[in-house]
Design a protein around this ligand. Structure first.
Ligand code: BTN
Length: 286
């Protein structure tokens, strides 16, 4: 018996149909395209871990999608959990090459956030905002909620695995934490996962290729300005919880050329934050 046939399941296979791997491949994997392979597995621990383990033997552009993950991982050692087929859980293998200096690779997770937001707005008809560095926020009942997250990890010398988790059809009683949301709860016009995945991967391909052609320059590729325009953290009062149990409070005033969030503190100092967790201290001004 599959989980969705279980007597206590409130979702049938029709509510959460499987992804169509062949159609996705047909649409995305073409000569000259970034995406070189696309595999959909029913279940795995973590698509990021799987792709990282195969990074050396796969060409750039491999895409691995799971209908369910049993050990999904998030930033800052958190986990990522979601019921089978309730969302999109996938990873892509990127090898920017010598044309992009390594210090610019830190833009990849931010670039992925911009691409996902663009793809979701086109295909899902839902507005998403980015919480620095790369959480995808939607609005549910007037509140900002996290519907997606991005985890970028180095895989050897030349590769980065970027994983995306998106809550698509998750209902209120299935949310992992009260601050979470989903595209369905945010009133998306489409929650068809094939359509959404296609749109996000197409947008990611476009942003990545342009950024790579610009040598990873966030200004020349217009990544920095687009990220800034879509970032809900900017202009807000925030607390940055930093490595080593330190924290810093201030107004988020910019995202600099290295992708760092710049805070203006009460002491009048501008402090760039490269890593850590950001807490939005007040709701966004309406
Ligand atoms: C975060 O919000 O902290 C990032 C969450 C990233 C989750 C995705 S799901 C697909 C890929 N595989 C993983 O184990 N994690 C990422």
């Amino acid at each position: 018996m599959t989980p969705s046939d279980a007597p206590d399941s409130r979702w049938s296979d029709l509510d959460r149909p499987p992804l169509n791997a062949a159609a996705l491949r047909h649409a995305l994997v073409r000569p000259g395209a970034l995406w070189t392979s696309l595999e959909v597995v029913q279940e795995t621990g973590s698509t990021n871990s799987d792709l990282a383990a195969r990074a050396a033997s796969l060409p750039e552009g491999a895409v691995l999608v799971a209908e369910e993950q049993t050990a999904g991982r998030g930033r800052l050692d958190r986990s990522w959990t979601a019921p089978s087929r309730s969302g999109l859980f996938f990873s892509v293998l990127l090898k920017p090459g010598p044309g992009v200096p390594m210090e610019r690779w830190g833009w990849l997770p931010l670039l992925t956030g911009v691409a996902a937001a663009t793809g979701l707005s086109r295909a899902g008809g839902v507005d998403t905002a980015l919480k620095w560095p790369n959480d995808l926020l939607v609005t549910v009942d007037g509140e900002e909620r996290k519907a997606g997250g991005i985890l970028a990890e180095r895989a050897g010398e030349d590769a980065v695995v970027v994983g995306i988790g998106l809550n698509v059809s998750l209902r209120a009683d299935e949310l992992p934490v009260p601050a979470a949301g989903s595209l369905a709860l945010a009133g998306a016009v489409s929650t068809d996962r094939d359509t959404l995945l296609r749109a996000v991967l197409r947008s990611l391909e476009q942003w990545y290729v342009d950024w790579r052609e610009a040598g990873g320059d966030p200004a020349a590729s217009r990544l920095q300005e687009t990220y800034t325009a879509g970032c809900a953290t900017l202009g807000r009062s925030v607390r940055a919880e930093l490595p080593g149990d330190r924290s810093l409070t201030g107004e988020a005033v910019a995202v600099d050329g290295d992708g760092r969030l710049v805070l203006a503190t009460e002491e009048g100092v501008r402090e760039p934050v490269a890593a850590g967790d950001i807490v939005h201290l007040r709701p966004a001004a309406s």
